[in-house]
Design a protein. Structure first.
Length: 174
């Protein structure tokens, strides 16, 4: 549904991005349909130093990077996928509990507009809905992930291409 050319590129009238068109991939396959994804953020800690005799300025040095936990919410299902994943964390012998998770957002034309890859994600919280005999709300399951690194790309996520270095234990980015 092209509307014209823009410097040789075809543009779509449905090229706007909304927050309701997203998918979550775990190890390069669509994991589930989620109603909400929240908490995706990064903060670089700053250290402020006052220089003697300089009263109108301050010096800022950057410190460690901190990634906020991401919470995914969806309607409760009978598929035990998330419980199996968090249960693998309990078993210290398994080394496969960390995964790369892609969060993909689409425009109205169905094209991938942005992706965030949570590198080395691991579940830290899994919640079931409150069970109420007189309740009428949809049962919502929550999964909270902590992660070691973040890659942001315009078209596709890093997915399985981001691997852990067996010697250092760190995830190596592309």
């Amino acid at each position: 549904m092209a509307t014209g050319a823009n410097n040789g590129n075809i543009t779509h009238e449905l090229n706007y991005v909304t927050t309701n068109r997203f998918y979550v991939e775990i190890d390069s396959s669509i994991a589930a349909s989620f109603a909400e994804c929240s908490g995706l953020s990064v903060q670089i800690k700053k250290n402020i130093f006052q220089e003697g005799g300089v009263n109108d300025q301050q010096r800022i040095y950057l410190g460690h990077t901190e990634f906020a936990d991401v919470t995914l919410k969806r309607g409760f299902t009978d598929h035990p996928g998330f419980w199996n994943w968090i249960n693998a964390v309990f078993d210290e012998q398994k080394k496969t509990s960390r995964r790369n998770v892609n969060i993909l957002i689409f425009n109205q034309a169905g094209e991938t507009m942005m992706s965030w890859t949570l590198i080395g994600a691991i579940p830290i919280t899994w919640k079931t809905p409150a069970l109420q005999a007189d309740g009428k709300a949809v049962a919502i399951e929550e999964l909270t992930l902590a992660y070691e690194g973040l890659q942001v790309a315009r078209a596709t996520g890093g997915g399985v291409s981001v691997q852990r270095n067996q010697t250092t234990g760190y995830f190596v980015s592309n």
